[in-house]
Write a protein that binds this ligand. Structure first.
Ligand SMILES: NC(=O)c1ccc[n+]([C@@H]2O[C@H](COP(=O)([O-])OP(=O)(O)OC[C@H]3O[C@@H](n4cnc5c(N)ncnc54)[C@H](O)[C@@H]3O)[C@@H](O)[C@H]2O)c1
Ligand SMILES: [Zn+2]
Length: 365
């Protein structure tokens, strides 16, 4: 099998996730059939455009869809109010007679910005996601959370806006820097721990193949992870039922680590890897998780060359960031803790001293 299809079920806003081992041929044909519009504005950066822009554009023009590119800088700084205004201004200039839709072509940065533009320009227009990083394919491109950053914090200005299609072409991952690959793998390990014991076992067994980007292994991983994310989003689109909260496993302490290192020493996946190990350690010390399972989680992350401790951070700074987090309410913090592989609980019943001890243990000075 070289392709898989998964559906995000949201009634009239349902959409498919198509995962292809390679090629864009099917994308142009699909877009023609979907009749989203006859002109596509592709939001990307110059690196991704240089690597794959021609191939993407060709598949669209062959199917009667005109294309234009808008390039944003290759940086988280592109998720800013300035870049947002500059980009919508450019879009309004090319938005003439044709029916325009947007394509987010890149990692989470292009995806989040493009999605926020699609949510707000003309009170909402169609967009699709063509994710080019592993993290975007298994996480940010699915679920319709769109946002830009403000000086006071990340993702503060945003909206829920579902794409009409997610098209993941796995061959694009071959050019991704290894560190970026590992960042995506951390999120996939997360999906295994929270709801898929089989996926966890597969990564344990095939970690060498995965690190070599074997196409069959990637197809299995991206499809399994996308299915879990699609399922959670289908059941709790706007995070109102508390179900989507399970996706935060590893992210409470992970975010504190990212903030404390000012987003430049640890990337997102690395911070989440340490965060997951810390959450598993807390669960173990509370008697919720077997020692053997804690060790399997820690060992798997190590096998994937992901950190489970860091020297790049200062304990006090991490603790400060942790206390400031919005998840911290009335002296209690809500965390996602694993109880066995494939199962987690969301709880506020955690001794603060235990959290502190575990953070201290993970942030070695
Ligand atoms: N919306 C959501 O639900 C959600 C979820 C998780 C993360 N995010 C957001 O995602 C962003 C991070 O996303 P990211 O990790 O994909 O980062 P990114 O978009 O910055 O991409 C990482 C790097 O990879 C390069 N790149 C992309 N595709 C490539 C390819 N195929 N070959 C070679 N290089 C390539 C990019 O140019 C960039 O330098 C953050 O802003 C985060 O807030 C959003
Ligand atoms: Zn994440």
């Amino acid at each position: 099998m070289s392709a898989k299809k998964i559906t995000v079920n949201l009634f009239e806003r349902s959409y498919p996730i198509i995962i292809q081992k390679n090629g864009f041929q099917q994308l142009g044909r699909l877009l023609k059939k979907m009749q989203l519009g006859n002109a596509a504005c592709i939001i990307t950066n110059s690196r991704v455009q240089a690597l794959y822009g021609k191939e993407l554009a060709l598949s669209l023009t062959r199917n009667g869809i005109a294309t234009s590119f808008i390039r944003i800088a290759d940086s988280e700084k592109s998720k800013s109010a300035k870049v947002y205004f500059d980009t919508v201004t450019k879009i309004s200039k090319i938005d003439t007679k044709k029916r325009l839709f947007l394509i987010a072509f890149g990692g989470g940065v292009a995806g989040d910005l493009c999605g926020f533009i699609a949510a707000t320009y003309k009170r909402g227009i169609n967009y699709i996601q063509v994710p080019t990083t592993l993290l975007a394919q298994v996480d940010s491109a699915i679920g319709g959370k769109t946002a830009i950053d403000l000086a006071s914090g990340k993702n503060l200005l945003g909206a829920f806006c579902q794409p009409r299609l997610v098209y993941s072409n796995l061959s694009l991952l071959q050019s991704l820097p290894k560190r970026q690959i590992r960042s995506g793998i951390a999120e996939i390990v997360k999906y295994g721990v929270i709801s898929d014991k089989k996926l966890f076992g597969y990564i344990e067994k095939n970690y060498k193949k995965i690190l070599k980007l074997d196409p069959n292994a990637l197809l299995y991983l991206v499809a399994s992870a996308s299915r879990i994310k699609a399922d959670v989003v289908s059941r709790d689109e706007r995070e109102t039922l508390g179900l989507r909260a399970v996706l935060n496993f590893g992210h409470t302490i992970g975010h504190a680590l990212e903030t404390a290192t000012k987003y430049n020493k640890l990337n997102h996946g690395e911070a989440v890897s340490i965060g997951m190990t810390a959450a598993a350690q807390i669960a173990r010390q509370m008697g919720l998780l077997k020692q053997e399972t804690f060790l399997r989680i820690e060992q798997l992350l190590k096998h994937m060359d992901l950190p489970v401790k860091t020297k790049n951070s200062n304990f006090r700074a991490v603790l400060k960031a942790f206390y400031r987090d919005k998840k911290f309410i009335r002296g209690k913090v809500r965390m996602v803790l694993p109880t066995r592989l494939g199962h987690v609980i969301v709880t506020e019943d955690i001794p603060l001293n235990l959290i502190k001890t575990v953070i201290k243990n993970r942030v070695v000075s």
